[in-house]
Design a binder for this molecule. Structure first.
Ligand code: ADP
Ligand code: ZN
Ligand code: ZN
Length: 734
């Protein structure tokens, strides 16, 4: 791809994308022709940055003599294939985010910093062009240097291993290099040929429903399919069969999952099935590993790539299929910086690469269901559990009015005891980590608050600290109330840590395994916990929503969901959808094998119609209802939203900034409405006071126009004290 330099007197100008938070590209000059997509080094306000050549610039907007020169060219071929290059450009435009930052998000950090596109090994090579006796004369006074030079003449190049074996010190090597007799050479590692794909035959025979779903997918199309299969319906088997066909055709499969660390079994399951290494891409990898895996995907060497959100940008030499598992999961939406949705980009990428995309879920997002109705996506249905297991049954366990905490009542404790005594497992979901959500003074009613956020501090017992779950600040637990000096401080409410204590006291003969982001800091600890659950011994699995994510624990027959129904009362219109998904996903961990599954929802709101509807375990009917409501109120997916957020260190500052912006904004478009500025419920977060404008439009185009107009205005009237960002298709308005 690398063009041979054509000598010409005229310098050429290029638009370069740089990883800086500024819209647009930057103009640089270079004497020769450069292909689009190469990485280059350029000077940028006193620093050296790695950028990407976006296009030729025929008419520079700056005076040519002021345009700086490109310092060096890193690549001899484009860093990304055309489809991913285009996907990045499309994303920058759609999400109104600086292009250079989009590329920065798409590339592993080593590659972003200029590391080579291929795995290389370093060898020490002979650099001398002189005849051997003359070269040797240069080092005749140093026997060691002479010996190394002779070795180089004999072998032309020595690997690191060779050098180590010969015990050549780095001083000797350096001496030869300084004399121009030797030099380091980077050699591209040859990719071992993966060989023809011939996986062992699967023992599982697909069910009729599964077979129908598999047969419906056209592998040579760019269609997006919504695989809507109830929990335990065997969606994974459908993925595996499709991947199998893709591999047989010599192509690669990209699988996105919400959180890889939580499902170490997924990797093993795939590897066992295909007898091929599966390459993982997620944030827990070292930079080194990450770029290594990225290179293997790019070169085509890795047939199967499993990754989290940002893996959607992974280049594939021979793309065959993209699968997005648990497509409803909110982790697919990046919540800060470049606010993209990996699920939505998957569908865009499928079209660009002409490959099918499968979005799978037992509780699909309303957006995806709407896309099925409008004909954009094709639905594949799995309505029963694959192994013949009955679907789990739901029941409400009312919380008495006078009871403050979310603890299970005696009826639930009895059900737990019976389940454990039968030798089965109980899963308890409490979506609050820590020991107690509140530290309260019983004398003066003081409550521990974070000084940087509008939020309460959570009591953590093991670290004996008060922790803010929003900004991460930690303080020691005070002995006396800071307001009245009495020793009258009480932790109030139950977090997962306190529940663990409670269950341990109540059921001393059974282990209580706690899974939340505090207990799973160490990957090894998590793997161990999951393994011990898989063994199936009677135990209590307790955790936040992390335990609801896609696990297959065969011996869980009872699931208890503690007080999640406040979600149905939230001001956020998406909260109902999310709460329903959480309930059915947690409940769906129960009764997945031969034993029937039972789910209790402990609730204060047993009369709530939403809850009653959910108890029938009919998400389709439930979501139809929700969609009808969204339509009535003209909410997404029937309208298109964008959020313009601003924050500042001083109260009111961001608000005033947005007010000023709005007064200059000309609302000419009848299809588009701009609301605000309003403060999110948590106005102050991590020391920043926040304010936002909400754009709601009938079409994507008019939303885009409005956001673009607003953002251009903001770019022109920057206030150093205010930072702002744009969130297109926001999932979190509060
Ligand atoms: P989902 O991801 O849809 O919740 P899984 O893929 O985890 O469901 O499958 C649930 C269980 O059903 C697993 O134990 C799996 O091995 C089993 N299973 C899947 N397909 C079949 C099949 N065709 N016949 C028998 N068991 C199956
Ligand atoms: Zn007090
Ligand atoms: Zn805080």
């Amino acid at each position: 791809m690398h063009m041979t330099p054509t000598k010409s007197a005229e310098p050429k100008f290029y638009n370069i994308a740089l990883p800086v938070p500024l819209h647009g590209t930057f103009e640089y000059r270079h004497p020769t022709d450069l292909s689009i997509g190469l990485r280059v080094k350029v000077p940028f306000s006193g620093r050296e940055l790695v950028g990407i050549v976006i296009s030729r610039c025929l008419q520079p907007s700056t005076a040519p003599q002021k345009i700086k020169s490109i310092l060096s060219i890193i690549d001899s071929e484009p860093v990304l294939p055309q489809a991913i290059f285009d996907l990045c450009r499309w994303s920058a435009q759609y999400y109104l985010h600086p292009l250079g930052e989009v590329f920065a998000a798409a590339l592993p950090s080593k590659i972003k910093q200029g590391a080579g596109l291929y795995q290389t090994t370093r060898t020490l090579a002979l650099a001398s062009t002189e005849p051997r006796p003359i070269a040797e004369a240069h080092v005749k006074r140093s026997p060691m240097q002479l010996a190394l030079l002779r070795a180089l003449f004999e072998h032309t190049a020595l690997s690191r291993g060779d050098l180590k074996q010969g015990q050549w010190s780095s001083a000797i090597i350096k001496a030869l290099i300084d004399k121009g007799l030797a030099c380091w050479q980077e050699n591209i590692e040859a990719n071992p040929d993966p060989g023809p794909h011939d996986p062992p035959n699967s023992a599982i025979q697909p069910t009729l429903e599964q077979q129908l779903a598999i047969d419906s997918v056209e592998l040579n199309s760019h269609k997006t399919y919504l695989l809507y299969g109830v929990t335990g319906s065997g969606k994974t088997e459908v993925y595996l069969r499709l991947i199998d066909q893709v591999l047989r055709a010599g192509r690669q499969a990209l699988i996105l999952v919400p959180e890889i660390a939580l499902t170490p079994q997924t990797l093993t399951r795939f590897e066992q099935r295909f007898g091929r290494p599966v390459v993982a891409l997620h944030s827990n990898l070292t930079d080194q590993k990450r770029s290594e895996h990225w290179r293997q995907a790019r070169s085509g060497q890795a047939p199967i790539i499993i990754g989290t959100r940002s893996a959607i940008f992974t280049p594939l030499a021979r793309p065959g299929i993209i699968i997005v598992d648990e497509e409803h999961d909110s982790s697919y939406k990046q919540q800060d910086g470049f606010h993209y949705s990996a699920r939505d980009l998957a569908s865009v990428r499928g079209v660009a690469e002409n490959i099918p995309v499968i979005l799978g879920s037992a509780t699909p997002s309303l957006e995806s269901l709407h896309n099925v109705t409008s004909g954009k996506y094709t639905q594949l249905l799995l309505q029963s559990r694959a192994n013949g297991a009955a679907r789990e049954r739901y029941e409400i366990a009312p919380i008495p009015e006078n009871q403050k905490d979310a603890l299970p009542d005696n009826r639930l404790f009895d059900a737990m005891a019976e389940t454990l005594d039968r030798g089965e497992q109980v899963l308890v979901m409490r979506n609050r980590r820590g020991y107690a959500p509140v530290l309260f003074c019983s004398n003066c009613r003081w409550i521990a608050q974070c000084n940087a956020c509008d939020a309460r501090l959570t009591v953590h017992k093991q670290t004996k600290g008060l922790k803010c779950h929003h900004c991460g600040q930690q303080h020691p637990i005070p002995n006396h109330c800071p307001a009245c000096q009495q020793s009258s401080l009480l932790p109030v409410g139950d977090g997962t840590q306190r529940l663990q204590e409670t269950f341990q006291n109540r059921f001393p003969n059974y282990p209580v395994i706690r899974i939340d982001s505090d207990s799973t800091q160490q990957r090894a600890a998590l793997t161990q916990m999951i393994d011990s659950i898989q063994q199936g011994n009677p135990s209590i699995l307790l955790g936040t929503q992390l335990i609801a994510k896609g696990h297959h624990f065969p011996n869980v027959t009872l699931a208890i969901i503690l007080e999640v129904d406040q979600g149905f009362l939230s001001a956020d219109f998406r909260a109902t959808e999310r709460t329903a998904q959480l309930i059915l996903q947690t409940g769906g961990r129960s009764g997945r094998e031969n034993l029937p599954g039972k789910v209790y929802l402990s609730s204060r709101l047993q009369a709530l119609p939403e809850l009653r509807a959910l108890l029938k375990n009919d998400y389709l009917a439930f979501s139809k209802n929700l969609l009808a409501q969204r339509k009535t109120y003209q909410l997404p997916p029937f309208t298109y939203q964008g959020l313009l957020r601003a924050d500042a260190r001083r109260p009111q500052q961001a608000d005033q900034y947005l007010r000023q912006l709005l007064s200059q904004y000309q609302a000419l478009d009848p299809d588009c409405e701009v609301l605000g500025p309003t403060s999110p419920i948590m106005e102050q977060r991590a020391g920043w006071y926040r304010s936002q404008l909400l754009v709601t439009a009938k079409t994507r185009q008019s939303r885009h126009r409005a956001l673009k107009q607003l953002s251009e205005h903001l770019s022109q009237h920057r206030q150093p004290a205010v930072r702002w960002s744009i969130d297109v298709d926001p999932v979190d308005l509060f």
